[in-house]
Design a protein around this ligand. Sequence first.
Ligand code: F6P
Length: 319
Amino acid sequence: MKRIGVLTSGGDAPGMNAAVRAVVRKAIYHGLEVYGVYQGYHGLMTGNIQKLELGSVGDIIHRGGTVLRSARCPEFVTKEGQKQGIEQLKAHGIEGLVVIGGDGSYRGAKALTELGYPCVGVPGTIDNDIPGTEFTIGFDTALNTVIDAVDKIRDTASSHERTFVVEVMGRDAGDLALWAGLSGGAETILIPEDPYDMESVKERLMKGHERGKKHSIIIVAEGVMSGTEFAKKIEENTDFDTRVSVLGHMQRGGSPTAADRVLASRLGARAVELLIEGKGGRAVGIEHNKLVDYDIIEALAMPHKLDLDMYRLSKELSI
Ligand code: F6P
């Protein structure tokens, strides 16, 4: 393998730049040429591809977002779109591709693999919902952003003796809500993986109130329902003065934490090693702090597992 490509796709995540840097530097270190595909699969189909040098990825390790930019590209789910992408790669002499992204990006990489083109998936999403890895790039940064917001909300919630519903991202996965809830000391955490019961939410709020608590924080993953909808339910069922805070896309921005930079550097470099070893169709990940890789098709078939012990613990500690 003499020339590889790298793209970022789907929702951006802090640390994607550190992963791009690792791919480029590791490849050049081993004598390969690297091409950046801009705007994800959209840029792949339209040939928005440029050569990257060592200096192209200088001064980006600490930046949020992605210098390669990202896009959601519905056209890429079609066979024609995928074949067009492969033609572009071949026209540029690119023999293997590193795809950094979440679930949809992995499905694109899987489709290319099934068409015989070597791809390696690197998990980058704040949702932490990619199978075959315990952590995804961007999750730790997003979690710290949420915690920073929750700590601030707690101050004002306490002053005014209010209940706050904080809506966090996570359409299908509750990881961000769960980790933020546990580390932010939330009274209640609502996640898509576990149907909530209004009576027990109410009971927890009442219990806290009876023992003199001055405020309550409820974290709702957007996949359950909107924060506004849930606050309405609280007000219908209780007398608590309730406010809502929707954190939104700020969760996707910001300078990556050290943990995300290290994770991104390790995973990006490992993806290049796999391509050099001639192993396409893999998905890299981290398990027990060791790098792992799986067949990308098998990885996508594995269910994402939320840490249920942690979920139970959050309930025990917030009585
Ligand atoms: O990056 C993943 C994610 O943040 C989801 O949690 C969220 O639902 C979605 O992306 C929103 O992304 P966009 O607004 O870019 O479509």
